[in-house]
Every structure is written in C-alpha cells, then in structure tokens.
Design a protein around this ligand. Structure first.
Ligand code: ZN
Length: 388
C-alpha cells in the first residue's frame, strides 16, 4: 500500500515536472508579419492584403506529414475547437495537395505561417511544425495545438514586452538559438525581433489569449510570467468570429471610427535601442475599414523631421505606424493602467542626425481608409509631446 502511494506521488511529481519543463523549454518562433517600411495614404490593394485571412467559410485542407494515428486524432479533435468560433472548417488528410501541412517533431519549438501566407510554401514542405515533447500533458497539448491553429487562421502572437525591453541572457540565448534550425533567419534574430515590441491581435494585450507567447525562462535575466494558455479566450472567440462570421454581418462601411485620446506615454530603453511610445485611448469602430495608428516627429516649431530613409518613414516624415487586424469593435483603456498594449517604436538610428537645439516632439495620429466606399481621412491628430 505504502509503495503504491509512493508510486502515485512519484508519478504526480513526474507529471508536474514534465509540464513545467514544457512551460520553460518550448517557444513559438512564428515571426510576426513585418510592418510595411513606409506609410502611404494612397489606397493600394497591398494595404488590405496584410490581413492574410482566408475567405470566410473556407474549408481548409490540413495534411499531417507524419505522426501516429492517435496523435493525429487528438490533434484534429483539439483543432476543431476553432470551428465553434470561426466560420472555417478543417478537412484532415494524409495524402494529396493541401493548404496546411503539419510536421510533428522534437526540435524544441513550434512555428507556423500566418493565414494565407501558407500558400507560399511548396506542397512537399510543412507550413507548420510543432514539438510534441510536452504532449503527455493534456492541457499543454491542447494549448499548443490551439495556438498553432490560431496562426493558421491568421492570428499573430500576443506579445507583451516590459517597457524597458527584455534583458536577454546573451550566452544562454546564443546557445539556445544555435540548436534551432530555421529555414531563413536565425532563431536569435526571430526571437529578438519578435520580443522587442508589444503586439496585440486586438488593440489591447490579452494575457488570457491562446496566442499569448511565453519566452523560455532561462533566456532572460529577469523573466516575467507568461504561460501557455490552454483555452481559446473570450476575446479570441470574439475576434475570430468577426474575421470569419457565421452569420452575415452588416457593417455601415462608411462609418468612421472614433477615438478618445488622453495622453502619450514614452520610455527610452537601452535594451530596445530606441524610444517606445504608448498612446492612451479608447477606440470605437463600427465599420470594417483600415485604421492606421501613427507616430510622427516634429521640431519645436512644429516642422516635420524629414526623412528619405525607406524605413520609419511616414510620407517623408520620420515616424512609424501600425495597422492592427480587426473589423468593427470597441476597446477601452488602451495603455491606461499598464504599458502592455499598443506600442509605437522609433529606433535611435532614425533620430541620430537631429540637432538638440531644434527640439524633438512626437505627434500621435489616426488615419482611416475604407476601400469599398472610397472614404479616407484623418480621424485624430494629437498635440505635440516633447521627447526629453
Ligand atoms: Zn505563436
């Protein structure tokens, strides 16, 4: 009897250890979709294309490249949870052509193409990889499989970076990255690029999101708790339901979004090598146009800081912008309590040549475009905020 109890206790501890190890050792190395280098107000087809969403109602053919039948069956069952929230269906196959190709491995990471970018992979190559070493833990397996299929549907990683940036343990990061084989970039580049600035699929960071993306703990000198979640969050469901609606949604296409802006917070960081700007606002969008959130620089006279650099360029003015993925919703208190939501970042090199005596100020702007109605214009322009 005693032995049996001892055995059970040992078994439970082993189970826990596996789960914790998995929390600590597997990362998602899906690169975020890069923000276009420069902003233009001319409506172009390419602008709408950065959404990379499948057609609503699409049947996605998903092929398993390997894996046992039980592993494939469990994976299918988990992935189908997305079908409850989105008007998308998965058809799983093991032969023939497919939209999505999944490889199971033990490489220590997971990675997927985002949405329709999967079409850029040749048919004999996987579009998604997933490490199965944590799959003996039911919850972790569910969390990771749902996360991977979130990328398949077009979601990006939900990333929160402390305002001064991540303090990487360079040696450990280097060793970790050298064990990971990626096709184009190095793992170190992907990791550092991805975890340099905040990214939220909604305007606001959702720590409960299935897309929350933990960093392997030992890679950071000061780590902070982001865990693999195991369920699709309420916000995930709402967002994916807007992208792939089950019922016809009527939008007033001409409706301009509205914004209640209350301030611009900033942080200079040596780790990030630049300045982060965190606009504080509430946002309401009733339509499904394209909204861009911009940050541009001016001098003390209000003159634009000109640039002809292809990067950090907003109509030849030094600045940056983001165009988050969404259609018609409202979100409040962005960056109000914590600086973990929308982040606009200007690297030090972009402001190197500016003379101190001219002063440096930042302006936050919101630009709206609706291709269907041919409507566009500025929704909001803030006062200049001095950068000290
Ligand atoms: Zn991911």
């Amino acid at each position: 009897m005693k032995n049996a109890i001892r055995f059970i206790v040992l078994f439970v501890i082993m189970g826990m250890t596996n789960s914790l190890q998995a929390q600590n050792n597997i990362m998602c190395l899906t690169a975020n979709i890069p923000i276009p280098a420069s902003f233009d107000t001319v409506p172009a087809a390419a602008l709408a294309d950065d959404y990379y969403l499948w057609d609503n109602g699409k049947v996605l053919i998903v092929k398993f490249m390997n894996g046992s039948i039980p592993l494939q069956e469990k994976t299918k069952k988990i992935a189908r949870q997305w079908e409850q929230a989105a008007n998308i269906r998965f058809e799983f196959v093991t032969t023939g052509n497919s939209h999505i190709r999944i490889e199971f491995n033990k490489e220590g990471f997971m990675q997927s193409t985002i949405g329709t970018l999967a079409a850029t992979c040749p048919q004999d190559k996987p579009t998604a990889f997933i490490d199965t070493s944590a799959f003996n833990n039911q919850e972790l397996m569910q969390g990771m499989v749902l996360h991977l299929f979130g990328h398949v549907l077009g979601l990006q990683d939900e990333v929160y970076v402390p305002k001064n940036g991540n303090n990487w343990n360079a040696q450990v990061l280097n060793n970790y990255a050298s064990t990971i084989k990626l096709s184009n970039a190095t793992a170190q580049e992907v990791i550092q690029e991805k975890y340099n600035i905040n990214h939220a699929n909604w305007l606001k960071y959702d720590g409960q999101s299935i897309m929350a993306s933990p960093i392997v703990k030992r890679l950071l000198v000061n780590s902070y708790p982001v865990r693999w979640n195991s369920n699709i969050s309420t916000k995930d469901k709402a967002l994916i339901g807007l992208w792939y609606p089950k019922k016809a949604v009527h939008y007033d296409n001409a409706a301009k979004p509205s914004i209640n802006f209350t301030g611009l917070k900033m942080a200079k960081s040596d780790f990030k090598k630049g300045i982060s700007f965190f606009p504080v606002f509430d946002f309401v969008s009733r339509g499904n146009g394209v909204v861009s959130f911009l940050l541009v620089l001016v001098d003390k006279e209000g003159r634009p800081i000109q640039t002809y650099n292809p990067y950090y360029n907003v109509l030849n003015q030094t600045g940056t912008f983001i165009r988050p993925h969404f259609v018609g919703y409202s979100v409040s208190a962005i960056n109000k309590n914590n600086l973990q939501d929308m982040e606009l970042f200007i690297p030090s090199f972009a402001i190197e040549g500016i003379r101190k005596e001219d002063g440096l100020f930042a302006i936050f702007k919101v630009f709206y475009q609706n291709f269907g109605e041919g409507v566009s214009g500025w929704v909001y322009v803030s006062k200049p905020y001095e950068i000290k």
